[in-house]
Design a protein around this ligand. Structure first.
Ligand SMILES: Nc1ncnc2c1ncn2[C@@H]1O[C@H](COP(=O)(O)OP(=O)(O)OP(=O)(O)O)[C@@H](O)[C@H]1O
Ligand SMILES: [Mg+2]
Length: 265
């Protein structure tokens, strides 16, 4: 599905601020994988997503999506196939537009008919049904500006917008980190439900180690621009947070260092 092949990226090369954010990084994401990613601060997790989404071109290496070389395909073209959520719930939606308008925009942008086509009554019904599944009462507030919603509601809507036309791959970058615990839990449940129902291939950065071992089918640990651990199948079964931390220490020769890490759920 997604192949990151020997990708390197150095920021500010040749200056005192030089930073190798991805260091000969390789990863093959299988169709249907739901990969959780944890790592130290500055390990290169967001940079990995930025590389996949085309926010910059790598210094070297290759990126393939579904058999197609997309290394130099610009971000706005990739956005059709790659859904993305960020930590900040304000990032994915237009505050002055209504819930319905936001959904329509996402739908037309990702769809095949183009953004100048129109939303039909059937489309609107589909939006209502999808909103209902969120179980937040948003289906009765479709004409409310999104700026009126809570962070959790807004992130749920962003999630829906990202998958209203299912993307080839969904990138979630700590998308529950800015929410209060109850909202975070709700969004996490919705994420698992939506990703599962639509069989979306998904990569999720999290600072919650419980999620890292329990959500999805594969766990990746990163440090200094490379992969420290890649656990799936039998190796991942029954994996505890303690195992994870120990394996990291053994692989890296130091402890996982992340100021936001959560050791319990
Ligand atoms: N646009 C940029 N310009 C300069 N340096 C950058 C840029 N983006 C990232 N970096 C640097 O690259 C390194 C990796 O950053 P990245 O944001 O990918 O880390 P991360 O693993 O997402 O960390 P965190 O857990 O704190 O979110 C960091 O040292 C960061 O300062
Ligand atoms: Mg990050």
């Amino acid at each position: 599905m997604l192949i990151i092949d020997d990708v390197s990226k150095t920021f500010n090369p040749g200056t005192v601020n030089e930073k190798k954010a991805l260091d000969h990084f390789s990863l093959t994401v299988e169709d249907g994988d739901f990969i959780t990613i944890v790592g130290s601060n500055g390990a290169g997790k967001s940079t990995l997503f930025n590389a996949a989404a085309g926010m910059f071109y790598p210094d070297s290496g290759k990126i393939m999506l579904d058999g197609r070389n997309i290394t130099f395909v610009p971000d706005y073209q990739r956005a059709k196939y790659i859904g993305r959520l960020f930590q900040d719930p304000l990032k994915g939606t237009a505050p002055h537009m209504t819930i319905e308008e936001n959904l329509a925009l996402a739908y037309l942008r990702a769809g095949t008919s183009g953004i100048f086509s129109r939303i039909s009554r059937k489309d609107r019904e589909k939006f209502r049904e999808q909103l209902k599944k969120l179980d937040m009462g948003l289906e009765d507030r479709m004409d409310v500006p999104v700026g009126m919603l809570s962070g959790g509601q807004r992130q749920a809507l962003t999630l829906l917008m990202a998958v209203i036309v299912p993307p080839k791959i969904l990138l979630l970058d700590e998308h529950t980190a800015a929410l209060d615990p109850a909202a975070a839990e709700k969004i996490m449940k919705l994420t698992e439900q939506i990703v599962g129902e639509n069989r979306i291939t998904c990569l999720m950065v999290t600072h919650n180690l419980h999620q890292a071992v329990s959500v999805g089918n594969r766990t990746l640990m990163m440090a200094d621009g490379h992969i420290v651990l890649d656990l799936k199948g039998e190796e991942r079964k029954g994996l505890t947070i303690e195992d994870l931390l120990m394996m990291f220490r053994r692989g890296e020769g130091k402890d996982l260092d992340n100021d936001r890490i959560l050791l319990s759920d």
